[in-house]
Design a binder for this molecule. Structure first.
Ligand SMILES: Nc1ncnc2c1ncn2[C@@H]1O[C@H](COP(=O)(O)OP(=O)(O)OP(=O)(O)O)[C@@H](O)[C@H]1O
Ligand SMILES: O=P(O)(O)OC[C@H]1O[C@H](OP(=O)(O)OP(=O)(O)O)[C@H](O)[C@@H]1O
Ligand SMILES: [Mg+2]
Length: 370
């Protein structure tokens, strides 16, 4: 067979590598194919197992990000759950978690973790939700077994320049209504999200759009004249700001964070996957629940522990996990031991901390600390 030469997308695609196509409309690339120069039939290239059938193995496989911003945080989270990953050296891509027998850890690029879950080469994985949605492309075989691991927070957003014709455009509706976009001159969007980006545009009724793609630093595309807008991940917003770009109302495509994902086929068919998944979820949940709680201690003047407890329980954010602990604070008054104050201890979820402090103030506590 002759050498592989041409790369094209099926069906006829207009996603280009930073060289915008003039053909209008939306793009739904389905499969990357590589054709041989003299051959008539294209050769399909799949990511992972060619036969799309996992080879016989008894071990359960967990995919973790091999590099990038999710890698270290994922290992830290597992360590905090007493699931430390033992890796002989950082360039070795296979490792183990000694606490879980029969589990192999494989370090892979996040997008490959998703692809290999679908091909059956991995059973479980931890990646960003954006990767699951982009590379999973709605696959029913991917199950989110834990969708809030509370790191890797970011959003997939449409962003446009702050200047020029976009100066007064602040919403997706306004962008869609701009007279500039026609079939001859569509809105050009640069993105690495060539599945989610086009779908979002279609769902929101933007008619004349083309996409180009690149592997990084997409924020440069508008200033370079390569694109009018971008679809990319945003976290702090610094990269957009530094490149004179802005997000617009209605332009958030997806809110993302790290998730624990499993192949449904593996959960059902492969021995041990369900048990390992349960064990991991239990440990993750225990850790995340504890990490999300604050203990708030407050001193409050009152006639009795019951009266103080009643006041506390009258506020929705102050009931704690199983109600407040109220204990007398003993002090000396005129040579006698007396109780004027009560110490209240409650567990408050991180998200409700501000509200709880406001409510403690409302029930006139005298002092408190967290
Ligand atoms: N700025 C960010 N803040 C927080 N999380 C982010 C940010 N950018 C990306 N992420 C999350 O981290 C994941 C991995 O991002 P990372 O930049 O490491 O890889 P990548 O650029 O998507 O992939 P690759 O380098 O393999 O092309 C993303 O899928 C997303 O879930
Ligand atoms: O809102 P911010 O906090 O500024 O983060 C957003 C940036 O982070 C990611 O890029 P990354 O740093 O991963 O580089 P990459 O383009 O090489 O992926 C993303 O693609 C944005 O460019
Ligand atoms: Mg990145």
């Amino acid at each position: 067979m002759s050498a592989l030469t041409t790369v094209f997308l099926l069906p006829t695609a207009s996603i280009s590598d930073f060289s915008p196509s003039s053909s209008p409309g939306y793009l739904f690339p389905t499969k990357l194919a590589i054709s041989c120069c003299s051959a008539t039939a294209p050769v399909t290239v799949v990511n992972g197992n060619v036969e799309n059938r996992s080879y016989e193995r008894n071990e359960v496989r967990l995919g973790l990000p091999s590099k990038g911003r999710m890698a270290a945080d994922t290992l830290d989270l597992l360590k905090d759950c007493q699931l430390s990953v033992r890796q002989v050296n950082p360039r070795q891509y296979v490792a183990e978690i000694p606490q879980i027998a029969n589990l192999e850890v494989w370090f892979q690029r996040p997008k490959d973790i998703v692809r290999k879950l679908i091909s059956g080469d991995l059973d479980l994985g931890i990646v960003g939700l954006d990767n699951v949605k982009e590379y999973g492309q709605g696959s029913e075989d991917l199950i989110l077994v834990h969708d809030t691991l509370e790191y890797g927070d970011c959003r997939l957003s449409l962003a446009i320049p702050k200047y020029g014709i976009f100066e007064n455009i602040n919403s997706l509706e306004e962008l869609a209504r701009m007279p500039q976009w026609t079939s001859e001159r569509p809105l050009r969007v640069a993105t690495g999200f060539t599945y989610l980006g086009p779908r979002f545009m279609e769902e929101n009724g933007l008619k004349h759009v083309t996409f180009s793609t690149a592997d990084g630093a997409l924020e440069a595309a508008p200033a370079m004249g390569i694109a009018d807008a971008i679809v990319d991940l945003v976290s702090s917003g610094t990269t957009l700001r530094e490149n004179n770009l802005k997000e617009i109302e209605g332009g958030i495509i997806l809110e993302s964070q790290a998730v624990f994902v499993a192949s449904k086929k593996s959960l059902i068919q492969r021995k041990g996957v369900l048990d390992i998944t349960h064990e991991m979820i239990e440990r993750l949940e225990a850790h995340l629940r504890a990490a999300g709680q604050f203990t708030v201690t407050a001193n409050m003047r009152g006639r009795s522990a019951e009266e103080v407890a009643e006041r506390i329980l009258s506020q929705t954010s102050l009931s704690g996990l199983q109600g407040p602990t109220v204990s007398p604070v003993f002090c000396k008054r005129d040579g006698k031991v007396a109780v004027e104050y009560y110490a209240i201890v409650i567990c408050v979820p991180k998200k409700a901390l501000y509200k709880s402090v406001q409510q403690l103030r409302a029930v006139r506590l005298s002092s408190f600390y967290i």
